[in-house]
Design a protein around this ligand. Structure first.
Ligand code: FAD
Length: 387
């Protein structure tokens, strides 16, 4: 099968495929059943340096771009593994890299690059604010040399498997500044110190094995030095990292989609019903062919967003479109794959039902499709803001 996007970084892709071969379907099924974190897989990626590709060489990373990171994540998903367990270790540090002080960068980035510290918890979403981040209620109040944090986050992925959390909290009320998004600040919270001192993490069992949690802050004291950048400017810092996140999630979705298409195609060729391969029926082959066309089109948008991002050009529209199109393509491919397998698609042993659940997430997180459409309508088409 020709794969336009697969031409990028063939050596990286070969290494990822070799690494993923040690983590077959049985491994992921067992983790999924037990809702366990895939520690061995994450350790293998860490030791091979794949989670540190975006960290500059001076801090111990490989200093590569989004293009290489996207190839890694796409290939992980295409191999049937789940990069959602650790993808945030790649890009969450971007906020520290771009907006942290020299001391913060020197203190944290080398340890994040080596994997001694995991920074893969990102606390933005709250139960009451929804997508309207300006209404978060978690507060950070300055008290001497500390900030005191109170509030709650929900859906904080991997908090139990991260040493550090990038936290967005209000340091000034919503109506205090000229814009609703003013007055929010970003903190790097050392969760190992904070646990039991005002920080409580509770698992939030979900449809897929994503190590989701709720995080509670009850008079948690953190050093004032945990503040990243300037107080009150945190939302802008978070926004800066969102294009990278969207492009990488899009690359994962392309990987998922290609996994489903290959699975469906192989099965359609092998499975014989009415004395012929089911793939001989147009009712079976057309949906797979459509998924292929849609996936290749989405992959081109991902490539466009990557090219702009790595050139330092604005890419908000392309990153959003890439994420929307790729997640929709992967979901359509998942649905076709399940249908192609008939009853066997529902059996755990084929991994389809697991990947089906996993890939569905990306139409909701890290941003839902409607909000992407609103972004395109407002910022690209210049239609009135709808909310
Ligand atoms: C497994 C999982 C892991 C996650 N990990 C993290 C994480 O690590 N860190 C983190 O901070 N968050 C995380 N999230 C949260 C995720 O980013 C949010 O769920 C997502 O952004 C949607 O926000 P919400 O759930 O509050 O939905 P809501 O904002 O309540 O929206 C509900 C529905 O209404 C629609 N809607 C809302 N407003 C509008 C509008 N104006 N126009 C049209 N439609 C609208 C939305 O599109 C959505 O379909 C995770 C979520 C899940 C499920």
């Amino acid at each position: 099968m020709s794969q336009l996007n697969s031409e990028t970084h063939p050596e990286i892709r070969d290494s990822i495929r070799a690494l993923c071969a040690d983590f077959p379907g049985e491994y992921w099924r067992a983790k999924d059943r037990g809702k366990e974190y895939p520690t061995e897989f994450v350790n293998a990626l860490t030791e091979a340096g794949f989670l540190a590709v975006l960290i500059p060489e001076e801090y111990g990373g490989s200093g590569l771009g989004i293009s290489e990171s996207a190839a890694i994540l796409e290939e992980i998903q295409k191999s049937g593994c789940n990069g959602g367990a650790c993808h945030a270790q790649m890009y969450t540090m971007g906020t520290v890299l771009r907006h942290g002080s020299d001391e913060q960068k020197a203190q944290y980035l080398p340890k994040i690059a080596s994997g001694d510290l995991r920074l893969q918890a990102f606390g933005v979403t709250e139960p009451t604010s929804g997508t309207d981040t300006s209404r978060i209620r978690t507060t950070a109040k300055r008290d001497g040399d500390d900030y005191v944090i109170n509030g709650q986050k929900v859906w904080t992925s991997r908090a139990e498997h991260s040493d550090l959390m990038l936290l967005l909290a209000r340091t000034a009320p919503r109506d205090a500044g000229p814009k609703p998004h003013d007055g929010m600040s970003v903190f790097l919270v050392d969760m190992q110190i904070a646990k039991g001192q005002g920080l409580t993490i509770k698992p939030l069992p979900a449809m897929m094995n994503h190590a989701a949690t709720e995080v509670f802050f009850d008079d948690l004291r953190i050093p004032a030095a945990s503040l990243i950048g300037i107080e009150g400017k945190g939302f802008r810092y978070i926004l800066d990292g969102m294009n990278a996140e969207r492009i990488l999630i899009a690359a994962e979705s392309i990987g998922d989609s290609r996994w489903f298409i290959k699975k469906a195609t192989d099965y359609a060729n092998e499975r014989r019903v009415f004395d012929r391969p089911i793939g001989q029926n147009q009712g079976v082959q057309f949906p797979i062919a459509r998924n292929y066309a849609e996936t290749e089109a989405a992959a081109l948008m991902v490539e466009k967003a990557i090219t702009l991002f790595d050139a330092g050009e604005p890419c908000g529209a392309e990153a959003n479109m890439a994420k929307m199109l790729a997640s929709e393509a992967s979901w359509a491919s998942a649905n076709t794959c399940l249908q192609t397998f008939g009853g066997f698609g529902f059996a755990e042993e084929y991994d389809i039902e697991r990947k089906f659940r996993e890939t569905r997430l990306y139409q909701v997180a890290p941003i839902s499709t409607n909000l992407i459409l609103s972004y395109i309508a407002e910022h690209v088409l210049k239609l009135p803001r709808s909310y």
